[in-house]
Structure formats: structure tokens, C-alpha cells
Ligand binder design. Structure first.
Ligand SMILES: Cc1ncc(COP(=O)(O)O)c(C=O)c1O
Ligand SMILES: N[C@@H](CCOP(=O)(O)O)C(=O)O
Length: 551
């Protein structure tokens, strides 16, 4: 093993009992200079040698605590050679580090304390024995061997790197996501690490002066929606199952979709050379969404039904054929999606916001946010969780109706058309998860009419955003909760933007052209057709800008 003596600065950590043993009896390692011990390294609760991963091309450094290495603080680097890529480097690093002792399995969602029903993540299983949902449960006892400050430092140190796979916002939290997966099996497009947009003007000018209003841009992502966060996890696990030594006969991965899940699935499958199959409700998704799986080589079935009909069909088909189900019924997806919540905490230097507003459709994401926040609370990274708001389109509002009934009796509905087409869902798979998340966070459900969501989206655009209609639903919920005084001006509030506005350009065109019946389109800004001469152009500009020539 080539060892060089460079100091590592602010780089990721992982523990390595095996390498610790090797270094303890390695003279080369003992000769490296002593460096100042970090509080973490001095912490007696941290039992293992700590490896610090450095940036691509810089290598890996290793440190050992004074007590563990006979009194010497040591840091060494193992350089990545020029002919090694970042995946190979990760492989070598993992070979050296051995097992870290973290693990996860499936359990029935909200299982009773005495339930013994568990499944390996290598099992292909989507439902519990009673037919209920599953959840991924992490070994909290193992994770709790490290204090919250350890996890905060570790996650912070990985942001913005190209170290495989930690450069991804999802895999930078690998220990909280899929701790046991071999980095070599991971299919990542370095997703996550999305922008937290300070909505300064919207908060100041349109919400009565809200100085702490933010939009988490999960849609500024590889395929243009938050689905990338979950899909990297699911497709990585499928990749692991298909490859040696497991060699599972999984022929492909399939989903029903309103457009975003299918885009993410097909991109990640294409990157891993895994066949993907997508069921889309015919004529109900945007052109930009439709073209994504087509371009990525998926088998695209455009089916003459709505999303709920596609969902029923994909569940029947995956029960018969060796096609792995990629919808959020599969709890693996939520493990990736929950990292957006952890990222928000991280972006506020681990301060907890007051409110997080999430648009809801199939309702996996609201639970994923809860899970991310709650995991950080339980493991001591933060001391509380924010209040969650789930925002639905009034045309597709089964959760809202359930909430208004005092959570008494859930009834699926037939969802009507909405500009927020990706959440046109009447029978959400994760209804129980959503109710759990909202009850646990003293949460609220709001709804937005078509006019409210389009106005909210368009007004936000006028302040420099380019929101999608689903983000419009969340923004409309914010406007309503501000009007009611539920959310106060001083509250730190996050609106989750779930998709890129460019995916929904047609709805914006319709709005700005005032081509929507029964809608005033208050914030429309149609283009002005002008004759090609100087005088006509000047007339328009003088009127628009209210200026006179010469001033
Ligand atoms: C853009 C967009 N926003 C919001 C949602 C709602 O997420 P969930 O189904 O997890 O509630 C979806 C998908 O359903 C979506 O595609
Ligand atoms: N909006 C989703 C609907 C399916 O949700 P999922 O999270 O269960 O995959 C989509 O884009 O297809």
C-alpha cells in the first residue's frame, strides 16, 4: 500500500477497524507526522480508526487516535493513481476499510413494538404480510454509537466533492440511506445538493414582509424533479441484485407515472444499462415529461386511463413478471428522498426551520421529509422537527378531505384535471404514511384551486423564480396560511419546489396568453407583437416604461 504524508483538510470520514489493525503494526504508518487531534478523534465514544477521504486526485488519508496508535496522532494518504477512476478508488478504499457495522432492513410500516416481521433489503417485497406498507428501518443502536456532531461534521465534509459516491447529495448520507451497499453497485448522477433559494422579494413584497422565506429547488436536478433522489437508491439496489454474487433474474424496472418518476427511472436505468418500463396516462402528462423516457430508451406504454389506473396495472404486472416496482410504494425510494430534508438542515447549519411546505400527490414525499427530519432528531443532529404542511390541488385533494374530516374515514376520489398534472392522483399509495407524518409534526393540509395555484406560480415567477404548477400549489398554501395568521412573518419557512418549471412550459404559455377559461390570469405578461420599424418599437417601450424621449 503506497502511503504519503499529507494532511487532509475538511474531508469525509468513515471508520475502519480493519485498516486500524493494519496500521497499528505498520512502521511506515507510524513514521508519519503527528497532527493536531480533532475533538472527534479524541472522543472515546468513537471506537474506530477514522479515514478522511480527500478530493479526487488527492487521495485518502487515514488518522488514528492517540490511544489507539500508541500515543501518535497519525494522518496518511493513499493516492489514487492516474489510471484509477473514482469508482475504482472507492472500491479500493472500501476493501481497506472493511465493515462499519451499520445496517437496514424492511419492517411493516408503523409496526407494533412486538412485531418480529423483517425482510432483507435484498428481498423483492413491497408489502407486509398483512398487506400494509413497508418501511426501511436502520440500526439506530449502531448509528447512535456516534454523536450527532459526528454525523453533522461527516455530512458537511462531503458536500461539493467528487469522491465516489459522496459527491451526491444522497450518497453523502450513505450511512443513513443504504449503509451496506457496495459503492461499486451505486448508480448515481451526483444528484441532490440542490439550491436553497432565498425568496427575498416574494417574502418582502407579497407576503407582508417575510425575511426568512426559502424555496428548496429539488427540481433543479438531473431529470428536473425530486424523483432523482429516490431513484438513485432504488436503481442502485436493483443493480446490486442483478449483479454477482446475487445474480437475481430481474428483467427490468417498471413504474406508473404522471411524468417525473418515469423520467428519473428511465435515466438511472439507462445509466446502469437496465431495461425500464413506464406506464403513462395517455394525454395527461407534459410533452417535456413524455419525451424524457422515450429519449432514455425506456419501453413507454401510453395507456388510456389516469395515473391511478396505471398504478393498478403496474402492480398487477409486477406481481406476474420479474419487473421490479419503482413507485414510492417501494420504500427504498423514500430513503433517497428523505435526504432533501437532511440537506435543508445542513444548509441552515443544522438549525431547524419552523415550516416546510410540500406538494402532495401519491404522498410518499411528505413522509420522506418527515423521516429525514425525525432521523436527524433521534440521532442528535438537531433537537426538534419542523411543522409540515402538505399542499394539494383542489381538483385532486383526497388527503385534504381526509384531514378536514378529522382523519375519520379516508375515501379515494377520482382526481380531476389540474395544471399540477403530476399530482393528479385520487388514490394515493402512501396515505397512511402521510397521515403519520402530519400527525407527528402537528402538520396541516391545505388545498389550492386552479386559479390560486397558477397565480401563485406566476407571481413567484415575477420575483425571479420559474416555478412549476406543483410548486404553485405549495406557494398558494403558503399565501393562505399567512392570510390566516397560521404562519407568521418571522417564521423560517421552506417551500419545496418539486419540479423544474421548464417541464410545464405549456401551462405557463396558456396562462400568459390568457387562454384559460374562467381564469383572470392576473399576473399574465403576454408578448407584444410589434411592427418592424423604429417608431412602433419606441411607442411600445415608452408606454411600457412610462418614459418620454430625452429623459
Ligand atoms: C412534480 C411533482 N410534485 C409533487 C409530487 C408529489 O409527490 P408525492 O407523490 O410523493 O406526494 C409529484 C409526484 O407525485 C411530482 O411529480
Ligand atoms: N408524480 C409521480 C406520481 C408517482 O409517484 P411515485 O412517487 O409513487 O412514483 C410521477 O411523477 O410519476
Amino acid at each position: 500500500m503506497a502511503i504519503a504524508s499529507h494532511a487532509a483538510v475538511s474531508s469525509p470520514l468513515f471508520s475502519s477497524p480493519r485498516l486500524h489493525r493494519q496500521l497499528s503494526c505498520n512502521d511506515d504508518a507510524r513514521r508519519v507526522p503527528t497532527l493536531k487531534a480533532s475533538p472527534l478523534l479524541r472522543n472515546p465514544n468513537v471506537p474506530f480508526l477514522v479515514l478522511r477521504h480527500c478530493r479526487r486526485g488527492v487521495g485518502i488519508s487515514c488518522s488514528a487516535t492517540a490511544s489507539e496508535s500508541g500515543g501518535n496522532q497519525q494522518k496518511v494518504k493513499i493516492r489514487r493513481s492516474a489510471d484509477e477512476n473514482i469508482r475504482e478508488e472507492a472500491h479500493r478504499r472500501d476493501e481497506a476499510s472493511g465493515s462499519h457495522g451499520f445496517s437496514a432492513c424492511y419492517v411493516p410500516f408503523n409496526a407494533s413494538a412486538d412485531s418480529t416481521e423483517t425482510y432483507s433489503l435484498d428481498d423483492v417485497v413491497y408489502r407486509s404480510r398483512s398487506g400494509g406498507l413497508l418501511d426501511v428501518r436502520h440500526d439506530f443502536a449502531a448509528l447512535k454509537r456516534f454523536p450527532g456532531s459526528y454525523w453533522r461534521d461527516l455530512f458537511d465534509s462531503r458536500v461539493g466533492r467528487t469522491t465516489w459516491p459522496y459527491g451526491s447529495g444522497v450518497w453523502s448520507k450513505k450511512e443513513f440511506v443504504l449503509p451496506e451497499i457496495d459503492p461499486d453497485h451505486i448508480v448515481s448522477l451526483f444528484e441532490g445538493n440542490s439550491n436553497l433559494f432565498w425568496a427575498e422579494r416574494l417574502g418582502r413584497d407579497h407576503l407582508g414582509g417575510m425575511p426568512d422565506l426559502w424555496v428548496k429547488h429539488c427540481g433543479i436536478s438531473h431529470t428536473g424533479s425530486f424523483k432523482d433522489l429516490g431513484m438513485t437508491v432504488l436503481v442502485s439496489q436493483v443493480n446490486r441484485l442483478r449483479r454477482a454474487p446475487l445474480n437475481r433474474p430481474i428483467a427490468g424496472v417498471g413504474c406508473a407515472s404522471t411524468g417525473d418518476t418515469s423520467a428519473a427511472l428511465s435515466a438511472y436505468c439507462a445509466a446502469a444499462r437496465i431495461p425500464s418500463i413506464v406506464f403513462l396516462p395517455a394525454d395527461r402528462i407534459s410533452l417535456a415529461q413524455l419525451v424524457q423516457p422515450i429519449a432514455n430508451g425506456a419501453t413507454v406504454l401510453s395507456i388510456d386511463t389516469d395515473f391511478d389506473g396505471c398504478m393498478r396495472l403496474i402492480r398487477e404486472v409486477t406481481a406476474e413478471l420479474p419487473i421490479y416496482l419503482a413507485n414510492s410504494l417501494n420504500s427504498l425510494r423514500l430513503e433517497g428522498q428523505k435526504t432533501a430534508a437532511i440537506e435543508i438542515l445542513q444548509q441552515f447549519d443544522w438549525e431547524v426551520p419552523d415550516w416546510v411546505i410540500v406538494p402532495g400527490g401519491n404522498l410518499g414525499n411528505i413522509y420522506a421529509f418527515y423521516k429525514g427530519f425525525e432521523m436527524c432528531r433521534e440521532l442528535g443532529l438537531v433537537d426538534r422537527v419542523p411543522r409540515l404542511v402538505c399542499a394539494q390541488a383542489a381538483n385532486a385533494n383526497p388527503l385534504y378531505l381526509h384531514y378536514k374530516s378529522g382523519w375519520s374515514d379516508f375515501k379515494p376520489i377520482v382526481a380531476a384535471d389540474t395544471f399540477a398534472s403530476a399530482i393528479q392522483i385520487g388514490d394515493p399509495v402512501s396515505i397512511d404514511r402521510a397521515v403519520f407524518a402530519l400527525q407527528a409534526t402537528n402538520g396541516i393540509v391545505e388545498e389550492a384551486t386552479e386559479e390560486e395555484l397558477m397565480d401563485a406560480m406566476s407571481l413567484a415567477d415575477r420575483t425571479g423564480m420559474f416555478a412549476c404548477p406543483h410548486t404553485g400549489v405549495a406557494l398558494a398554501a403558503l399565501f393562505k396560511l399567512r392570510e390566516k395568521g397560521v404562519i407568521e412573518t418571522k417564521d423560517r419557512t421552506i417551500v419545496v419546489s418539486t419540479a423544474h418549471g421548464l417541464k410545464f412550459a405549456q401551462s405557463k404559455v396558456d396562462y400568459h396568453s390568457k387562454e384559460i377559461s374562467d381564469m383572470a390570469c392576473r399576473f399574465s405578461n403576454p408578448p407584444v407583437n410589434v411592427k418592424a420599424n423604429f417608431g412602433s418599437v419606441m411607442d411600445v417601450l415608452k408606454e411600457k416604461l412610462n418614459v418620454k424621449v430625452g429623459l
